[in-house]
Design a protein around this ligand. Structure first.
Ligand code: MN
Length: 179
């Protein structure tokens, strides 16, 4: 049976059961990836896959910072749990840790999928390290180059620098060096 059947049987104004595909639907994860070049993979669950960007400097909490984010291939939802070492010789060889994880909320009138096609999305993160609004703006369409910028809201903080002060995994507490 599909999720459609599940939904047809239930009145979600009355039952506390989950309406959405759950796990993953609005999930976000940022994986610190010590590959040939260290980077942070930002992934947002959209329509059953993880849309992904590699952010070389990692995300900032300062609205004045514009961080390059290179869009990479979609990943399966289950990838959000992955932490460990990709063996030498394999694509992306090196250690991956779950640097931050949580849920996100679309802050735009249009859907995230439409925003992705237009090259501009706005979303609010509810993670352990990152919170509040962020925007992703595609500035070079042919090269999949986007900019990740913190929105100027209550969670913006120019003094925080979680990339350097909170290097550990939110899943295991381990750092890259522990692997
Ligand atoms: Mn990567």
């Amino acid at each position: 049976m599909t999720l459609k059947d599940y939904k047809k049987k239930r009145d979600f104004r009355k039952t506390p059961e989950p309406k959405r595909r759950g796990q993953g639907k609005n999930l976000f994860v940022i994986q610190k990836h010590d590959a040939s070049n260290l980077h942070y993979d930002l992934r947002l669950a959209v329509n059953g896959v993880l849309k992904s960007w590699a952010v070389p400097k990692g995300p900032s909490t300062n609205p004045k910072d514009k961080r390059l984010a290179i869009m990479t291939e979609d990943h399966p939802l289950s990838y959000a749990r992955f932490e460990g070492r990709i063996p030498e010789g394999e694509y992306g060889a090196g250690v991956v840790i779950v640097w931050d994880k949580g849920t996100y909320e679309n802050l735009d009138d249009k859907s995230i999928s439409k925003g992705l096609k237009k090259g501009h999305i706005k979303f609010k993160l509810k993670g352990e390290k990152l919170r509040g609004g962020y925007s992703l703006y595609q500035f070079k369409k042919e090269e999949n180059q986007w900019l990740l910028v913190k929105m100027d809201d209550e969670e913006a903080d120019a003094r925080r620098n979680p990339v350097s002060t909170q290097p550990e995994s939110v899943k295991t507490g381990k750092t890259i060096d522990d692997y």
